[in-house]
Design a protein around this ligand. Sequence first.
Ligand SMILES: Nc1ncnc2c1ncn2[C@@H]1O[C@H](COP(=O)(O)OP(=O)(O)OP(=O)(O)O)[C@@H](O)[C@H]1O
Length: 228
Amino acid sequence: MIRLTNVSFRHHDAIAHADHALQHLNVTVPQGGFRWLIGPSGAGKSSFLRLLNLSARPTGGMLEILGVDTQTAKRRQLTLLRRRIGMIHQDFRLLPELDALDNIALPLRLHGQTAREARREAQAILGWLELRDRADAFPAQLSGGEQQRIAIGRALIGRPDLLLADEPTNALAEPQARRLLDLFQTLSRRGVTVIVATHNENLLRAYPNAAIALENGRLAELPEMARA
Ligand SMILES: Nc1ncnc2c1ncn2[C@@H]1O[C@H](COP(=O)(O)OP(=O)(O)OP(=O)(O)O)[C@@H](O)[C@H]1O
């Protein structure tokens, strides 16, 4: 369960003091829920995902993630919570000095698994991503779509309970995008909470899940297309 109660967020370096990226949001997503996150550029979608990803803290309100009250949680609880969250960043954020296999394996290494175990699981994911022959390639040697698929693999390898994705299909061809969305749907049916920011109207139509619509940092009326 994800629960935002009156959550506001202001970037440290926001220009005007009153400039809030998110304002007074009340949102609940049950465990296993799939939500699109939609809204025009600058509406606050990435800021919203940063809060859920625990890379930023709300400046007001209460944020509960997977049953943990993030304001009162101890550091150790937050560390454990982070391991249950998978994030696909819009700009991929691969480590340039690691090859494709080790980028995917990284979360398991950070969680203390041996290189051998982590690489074995990463190999299986590379197979699903149809990138087995690119295991040794470094990010700079990969196409945008290949980098995005590696970023997807890295988010999935830790078997997250909460999967967050910022425009995860923007570098993918349509069949790959649909395959990814089919996987997201399957994961959601198995109890993973999935939140996906997108501008891709074809996908919104093809996968009519409920949506969280933002506009100027506030919840907005849902456009017809996104009502589920
Ligand atoms: N690091 C930052 N410092 C200051 N303000 C920021 C920062 N990042 C975003 N903002 C501001 O916060 C607001 C919300 O931006 P955000 O990136 O969350 O929107 P978005 O919906 O993800 O946009 P896009 O679809 O273009 O990615 C905007 O007004 C933006 O200018």
